[in-house]
Design a protein around this ligand. Structure first.
Ligand SMILES: CC(C)(COP(=O)(O)OP(=O)(O)OC[C@H]1O[C@@H](n2cnc3c(N)ncnc32)[C@H](O)[C@@H]1OP(=O)(O)O)[C@@H](O)C(=O)NCCC(=O)NCCS
Length: 324
């Protein structure tokens, strides 16, 4: 018997406040046209002053548990992909655990910047496959608005706040690859690109959180190459062709990167789940937010093949292939 993990519920939470490109154009020298043309973003959500990453994460988790018809006390693993925790430590995972009144299992954060969700998927899937956990909450949650320099037009137009979650359940495979399951995950990093996208502060350097600094064109060039590679890797590992993919759910960083990758894959544009226009780049939250939208509006259906990919600071990148 082969033990696998499968996604049995999705959830999302977006803060109430919406910040449009027009709003940002009143703060820095930019325009709605420039932002849409270069990124595809029209608006993003911004957390209220009192809202923290764990507040967003808990709401997304509650919705995912409801969708999975599961109670919090069935969960024995919480993995949170985040780069913007409430506190330097403890983890957002343990805060979520406390808020959901879960007293067992393990909870921790995975910090891989925008690749946090695919990294978290890889970790949670591995822990379930090896029998160390049965039911996992995997959450991507970020309040990037707090680490943006709101006077830097090259970065502040790109990001937003939000949280998405999935519930993963362990199972013994009975009918092979046709059954819903996490089919593969692949994760990579290359620290030579550490300075391409980073915060100019941290606990052991400045004792502050710092703000995002990004070399946009350099990141763009790496993204085009590395995302294509990691998608090819996922397809080859599963003996699949790009035409077998039903839904492509990429990290939502830039519409031009997403469309370029989809074109290279030979994927019909209708198979691409795009939420960047109304979320912006929500880092580790972007894939589960997009997933939840496409599951709830009926696009993603049982039995379909869903391919995710992401790249983020580090640089880190990765993919996840799911039989839904
Ligand atoms: C950031 C990004 C949208 C910038 O687009 P670009 O086409 O590379 O633009 P450039 O950086 O070459 O800047 C072009 C010009 O626009 C200006 N500009 C930058 N931000 C601007 C803004 N918000 N509004 C108006 N003009 C802007 C630049 O100052 C530059 O002006 P100059 O030619 O007078 O020097 C793009 O590089 C990108 O998406 N990179 C990937 C970023 C990413 O995905 N990061 C997250 C990874 S998880």
């Amino acid at each position: 018997m082969t033990r696998i993990s499968r996604i049995v519920g999705t959830g999302a939470y977006l803060p109430e406040r919406v910040l449009t490109n027009h709003d940002i154009a009143k703060m820095v020298d930019t325009s709605d046209e420039w932002i849409i043309e270069r990124t595809g973003i029209k608006s993003r959500h911004i957390a209220a002053e009192h809202e923290t990453t764990s507040d967003l994460a808990v709401q997304a988790a509650i919705h995912a548990l409801e969708a999975a018809h599961m109670k919090p006390d069935e969960i024995d693993l919480i993995v949170v992909g985040t780069t913007t925790p409430d506190n330097t430590f403890p983890s957002v995972g343990t805060k979520v655990q406390e808020r959901l009144d879960i007293h067992r299992g393990a909870a921790f954060d995975v910090q891989a910047a925008c690749s946090g969700f695919v990294y978290g998927l890889s970790v949670a899937d591995a822990l379930i496959r090896t029998g160390q956990a049965n039911n996992a909450l995997l959450i991507g949650a970020e309040v990037f608005s707090r680490i943006l320099d709101w006077t830097d037009r090259t970065t502040c137009v790109l990001f937003g706040d939000g949280a998405g979650a999935v519930v993963l359940k362990g199972a013994e495979l009975k009918n092979g690859l046709a059954e819903p399951q996490v089919m593969s995950t692949h994760i990579h990093s290359d620290g030579r690109y550490y300075d391409y996208l980073y915060t100019d502060g941290g606990p052991s350097t400045t004792a502050t959180t710092g703000h995002i600094v990004m070399h946009g064109q350099a990141v763009f060039k790496q993204a085009v190459v590395k995302l294509a590679e990691v998608v090819d890797e996922a397809l080859a590992a599963n003996h699949l062709a790009s035409t077998d993919i039903d839904w492509f759910v990429p990290h939502q960083a830039n519409r031009r990167i997403i469309e370029g990758t989809a074109r290279r894959l030979g994927l019909d544009e209708h198979k691409v789940v795009l939420t960047i226009d109304h979320h912006g780049n929500t880092s580790a939250a972007s894939i589960p937010l997009a997933l939840d939208e496409a599951v709830r509006d009926g696009r993603i259906k049982t039995g379909q093949l869903v391919l995710m990919e992401a790249m983020g600071g580090g640089l880190t990148w990765g993919s996840g292939l799911i039989r839904w």
